[in-house]
Design a protein around this ligand. Structure first.
Ligand code: CTP
Ligand code: CA
Length: 225
C-alpha cells in the first residue's frame, strides 16, 4: 500500500472474515471449545473496512465490540459457522478464515445436564469430525476468482507444518503463527509467516494484529482480479 493510510484499495469489494472459536455443546451447560479471542479476526475486519471493503464478520463466541460498518453474524458451533460463512461467501471477493474451528464435536448431545453417579466411572464422550469450512470454500470457489485465506496455529515445526497444510487445504494464502500458552492467544500482538500457493513466503515480524491484518489484505488485494 506504499504506506498510504488513505488507500481504499478494497472499495467495491465484499470480504468475509470469520473470527473467534467455535464451541461444540456436550449438554445444556458444557461445551468443547478453544482459546481463540477473536482479536485477529476483528482486526482483519476493521482494517478491511478502513480500506473501503464491505465486510461480513462471522463471529463465534467473541466478547468484542462490533466494528462500525461491518455486518456481524453471530454463531456458536462449527455447523452454524459453516452455514453463515458459505452463505456470505456466495458473492464475496475474498474469504479469510481467522476463526479457530473445532475439528470434532460430541457425537451425542445430552439435552439435560449430565449428572455424576458417585462411585461410577464417567461415560466417555465420543467425538465425530466436523465439516471443514475452508475445504468447502476451496471446492466451491474452484476456477472462480475468489481469494481464500486460511490461518494455521502451530505449536511446533511451524514452517514445515504450514507448507504441508497449505498444499493440503488448497487455499491461496495461509497465515501461519506459532501458538502456545503465552503466544498469540488473547494478546494484542502477533507474528506470522504468510505462505502463498505460488511459493512466496512473507515474514511478518511481531507487531499489532492490525499490522498483520494489513499485510494479509495487501496480499489479498494483489491477487484480486
Ligand atoms: N478450518 C475450517 N474448518 C475446520 C477446521 C479448520 O475452516 N473444520 C480452517 C481454520 O479456520 C483455519 C484453517 O482451516 O483457517 C486451518 O485450520 P487448522 O486447525 O490449522 O487445520 P486443520 O486442517 O484442522 O489441521 P490440524 O488441526 O490437524 O492441524
Ligand atoms: Ca484443526
Amino acid at each position: 500500500r506504499g504506506g498510504l493510510d488513505t488507500a481504499r484499495d478494497l472499495a467495491g469489494r465484499h470480504v468475509v472474515v470469520s473470527a473467534g472459536g467455535t464451541r461444540e455443546p456436550i449438554d445444556p451447560v458444557r461445551f468443547i471449545g478453544n482459546r481463540s479471542s477473536g482479536m485477529q479476526g476483528y482486526a482483519l475486519a476493521r482494517t478491511a473496512l478502513a480500506r473501503g471493503a464491505r465486510v461480513t464478520l462471522v463471529a463465534a463466541n467473541v466478547a468484542l465490540p462490533d466494528p462500525a460498518g461491518a455486518e456481524v453474524v453471530r454463531t456458536g458451533s462449527t455447523r452454524e459457522m459453516r452455514d453463515a460463512v458459505l452463505k456470505a461467501a456466495a458473492d464475496a471477493d475474498a474469504v479469510v478464515m481467522a476463526a479457530a474451528v473445532a475439528d470434532f464435536r460430541p457425537a451425542d448431545y445430552e439435552d439435560v445436564k449430565i449428572k455424576k453417579t458417585p462411585g461410577a466411572e464417567p461415560a466417555p464422550i465420543r467425538l465425530v469430525e466436523n465439516p471443514d469450512i475452508l475445504a468447502e470454500l476451496v471446492r466451491e470457489a474452484r476456477d472462480g476468482d475468489q481469494v481464500i485465506v486460511g490461518f494455521a496455529a502451530e505449536t511446533h515445526d511451524v514452517l514445515e507444518n504450514g507448507r504441508r497444510k497449505l498444499a493440503r487445504k488448497g487455499c491461496d494464502l495461509l497465515v501461519v503463527n506459532q501458538v502456545g500458552e503465552h503466544l498469540a492467544f488473547g494478546r494484542p500482538d502477533n507474528a506470522a509467516v504468510i505462505l502463498s500457493a505460488d511459493g512466496e513466503a512473507v515474514d511478518v515480524p511481531r507487531g499489532s494484529k492490525e499490522t498483520l491484518a494489513d499485510v494479509v489484505w495487501d496480499l489479498v488485494a494483489a491477487r484480486m482480479i
